[in-house]
Structure formats: structure tokens, C-alpha cells
Design a protein around this ligand. Sequence first.
Ligand SMILES: [Zn+2]
Length: 668
Amino acid sequence: MGGRQIALKWRLNAAASHSSSRRVAFVYDSDSPHLRFSWEWTVRAPGGPVEHRIRIQNLSSQEVWLPLQDSFRFAWRVASKVSLEHVYIEKGADTPSAVGTHEVKVNEGYAWQGTSSTYARPLPHQPREIIPWFLVERTRETNSGWYLGIEFSGRTRLSLRRDGNSLDGTIALNPSPGPFRTRLLPGESFDTPVIFLGAFDGGIEAAGNVLRPWVRRVLGNPLTWNNPNYPLLVNNSWGSGMEINEARAEDMMRDAVALGLEMFHLDAGWFRGPGDWYPNRQKFPHGLAVLADRAHHLGLKFGLWVDWTQAGSDATPGALNARDPKIRDWLVSDVSGDWKPEPFKGQTIDIGDPAAKAWAWQELNRIVRDYRLDMLEHDGYLVAQGCVRSDHPHAPPDSRDLSITRLGSSYFVESSNSTDVSYHAVEAYYDLYSRLRKHHPGLLLEACNDGGRMVDFGSAAHTDYFSITDTYDPLSNRRAFYDASHALPPAMLESYVEKWPTPTLDDFRYMLRSGMMGWLTIMQDTIEWTRMQHACAREEFQLYKSQLRPLIRDGDLYHVSQRPDGVHWDGMEYFDPHRDRGVVYAFRGSRRAEAVHRFVLQGLRAEAKYRVQFHDHSSRDGIFVGHELMGTGVRVHLAAPNSSELIFISRDSRAPADGNREGDISHH
Ligand SMILES: [Zn+2]
């Protein structure tokens, strides 16, 4: 306070504390200065992890500065002979790396840290950002363990260390670059980002099959999940790039309807300029509402790309102009005299500043209302990473360590205040999106953030789906899905499927299915597809809606292969134990000599009989006992490299108990 550090004396306030089977809060008071500290654990669902946060309230009449408060710090005792494995997952940001899902032995002396932010700029000398979550498993005997995650999109850090008989670490806002400090005005309170902590038996797949439904139930938007058509099938206009216009959009929409798609998503290219979020009249002479009406008339939903925190150089009324003296102070830094925005990227405003946030609120409402949106997508650099302003609510930058880098049209600021800047900006983003959902019930929100840079549990709580990578070929889509689906509901994981060489229909199906394991967005000009490809796609989309989508929403998920490498086979199994039904997505890699593969399935009843149906008839259908499918596995034969098959598994109650097989394929 007033530039001095003050030691605090906390005393338990039993009257304000609380304990029940669902919530525990221990409350402590400090008299001088008058602060209140609350240490809380909450149970929001009958299964899955428990949540924790710390709140500090400033009840004094003076400004107080807090140093970094860890969200959670742990030191478990662990016997030295216990063998442990650490699992952590990279974001698919930019492009998925060759590893993605890390499974590392936790030996004596192990020391790891992982970070997450909304930027995830992978530099060659820096480790990639992770989805802010990790898991520790006892690998011998039990396959039991625990996992820890943080529900926040701003700058966070997780650590894990094994030292003698101690396994310790923290999960918190990122203290680097430090020293972190945050301001608390009289009456204000500071909340550490919420963390969740869960335990499991039965390995990582069992952990995921508890965590993912928990994310859906506790963090997800009930209105979204109550729609049986979620996740939607989408056509995105980026297949036409920045060349999109009204006539082309209408043609694409008509084709989307013919294909059985459910939403038309107008991507970048529709507006006058960054920050000037009004339709370009040369391209869209009748505006966007007319186009939205057209989509609705055709039975499509209408979604729109808007990077609403970007300022540009347009001076037209309503535009956010980086040189306007009224808004200049909202920018994370001034722009130079020669500065120009890129075609769809400008300079970020700090929505942690109340005036900037108020503008964003008006603008978001106008866009959603006037353009009659069913879905709003935001792109990257939404959350300020650092900020030079001293009159914003966050801590001021430190002139001694302030660095400003220009990359394209964006200025990036780094200083000891970076984490506090991201803290305030993320809180503002969450507040805006929570209010937007209240004002526009049913509106879907997509977090794209430069493709896969904002895949975390905070955005899972405030948006409906996220783009999981910025590289859209079949292998990258499958890799990003393999990684992210360990911790997040597949329905929320969007794969954009871009144009890819498909000389045969096998290749074409392989391309589509590589993006059909979660939320599918086609990012191609489908009008260019051949008649055969149209027919094939129509069939695949129908199959998605009738058979795959229910499993993607409600089924358990099993990673039944190594992570995809494009050379060997890979696959993913869904099985819904309530419907006794599942599917295996099988992908054959490029290797000539590998025409046959066995997928060992999981989640079935050992003694039950299952009908196994090869959708493309690559093998004969048959009936198998659960323990066969979970033992030697299901045998798949595909003649062509880069091809695929969908194998449906359903409980067969009619089959005789002694196992009279139709078409025995287990002897091959
Ligand atoms: Zn700022």
C-alpha cells in the first residue's frame, strides 16, 4: 500500500465460512488493511473434478496492490519406487507438431512447466503452448491418477516436479515476465482463475470419459447442448477467400442446402476494413441482413467472422480508427505514422479498459442484431497480451523491461504487466460473451483465435466451439483432434476441411472424414466439386447427422491407435454404453505394405455380442463377442493408401448365445 509492503495477519472468520457437501469456503479477515480472503472448493456435478478458487476483497478505503497468488499449489507425498507418467497436450496452434500428446516418465528430478495464453506463437527455441491441463498416472498395477486444469484463457503456467518423496507444483497466472502485481481499488475483489482437480482409475481414456461429460455439463451452455443438431455441419465462405460477394455467397448457400449442410458461415472478406464492421457495398450491395434472411429462408443458420477488437484506418462513421484521438488510448500501443492494417488484421484494443469494453458491447450487439446472426466467430489477438497504457485498470508497464515488437500490422507489447493485462482483458471478454448469450439466447459463439490458440477450459465455458488448428489438411485435422479430444468434448472441436488433392472418391471421403470426428466446417467452394463428389458428400453428411453426431455428442471416446502420422493406420472409437452403439473411424496411412490393421476396441461388455458393420463394405459384416473385439480387435482391410472406413458396432441381442457367426473375419 502506498509503495510499502505490509505483512498481513489472517484470522479465521468462522461466521462467514461455510461448509456443505457441495461447497466449502474458509474465510479469513485481515484488520489492517481490511481485507477478506476466501478459500473455496465447489462440487458442481455428481461426477468429475472439484473446483477451487481464492477470492481476496479489499474492504479498506485505500488502493491495495497484490503480488501473484497461485490458484493452486500442491505437494503430494510419493514413494520413491512408484512409477509415474505425466501426460500433457499441446495446442494445435498454427499447425500441430509431430508429438502433440506427450507421455513422459516422471523420474526423480523431473521438472516441467507448461504455459498457455491466447497467442501461442510457437518460436523455434520455445516449447509450444499446452491446453492448460495435465494428468499424472500411476503406470504399474492400478492405472489410477489425478488431473489438474485451469479455467482461464489468459497467461497461465502449470508446473510439476518430482523431488525425493515429493511430487509438487503449481497452477496459476503466469508469473513471468514478473514481478506480477495487480491493483485492487476499495471495494474491488481479485479472483484467482478457477482450477479443477479430479482423480481417475483405468488410465487416460477413463479419465477423459469422465472429464469431457463434466465439461459439457458444468462449463457448457445448456441451450447449445439441448439442440440435438449440435454440433452443426457448416459451409464456410473462405473457400472463396477474400473474393466472396453476395452472388457467390448465395450460390454457396444453395449448394450447401443441396449438400445437407446446416449453416453458412461468412468468413473474412465481407467488411469495409478491420474495425469497420459494415458490409463492403461493392461486394454486398444489399447488406448482410438480406443475406441472413436468404439463408434462413433456405433453412440454413447464418454465421459471421468478426475480429471485433481490431482497430484499422477507415475514417467512415462507426469505424474504429486507430488514429482517432478518442480511441487511441484504447490501443495496446500507439501505431506509427506509416501504419496500415492488413486486409483482415489491425491493431488490438484493450477491452480490459472500461471505455473500450463499452464500445465493444454496443458493437457486438449491433452486429448480432442488425446482421441477424445465429453464430459469431472471433479470430486472433482478441485478448491484449501486453499494454503500454498507465491509465487502464491493469498494472502499468515497467519502462525498464518494456518491449514492443511489430509483426505485420500488429504491435506486441511485453512487460512485467503482461499477465495482469491478459487477466483484465480475459475477464472483460468473458463478461461480454456471458452478457451476449443472455441478450441473444441461442446465439452460437466460435473461438477461432488464429486457429487453435485459444483451446482451453475458460473459452469452453464462454463459447460453443473452437477451431483447433490453423492447418486444415486431413492429417493435421486428425492430429489436432487426437490431442485436444483427450480433455475436451469432441462436439466442441472444430476441424476446417480445406481443399486437398482428391483424385479418387476414396481420397475425397478420407478428406471429409478426417474432419468429421467433431464439429465439421467445410472451407471449400463446394460448387467446384464434381457431380460424383457432391453425391458422395451428401451421403457422408447424411450419415454424420443420423449416425455419427449422436455418438460425437453423447458417446465415450477412445483413442484406439497411436497418434496419426500419415504413414501408419490411425483410428478413433466412439461407444455410447446407453445406446449400446459405437463407431470406429479407421484411416489408412501412406505405407504401401500396410493394407491390413487391427483396432483393439475399448468400452464394450466382454460377454456381449456385437454386430460389426463396415459402412463402405471393405470387409464382410459379422457378429463378434466383446472380448474378441477388445482382445485381438477388429480387422480392417483397405486396398488404397490414404483411404478410410467407418465401422459401426452395435449390441446384438438377437444373436444366439453360442455365437453363430455371419461372415467370420476374425480368422484372417
Ligand atoms: Zn491496457
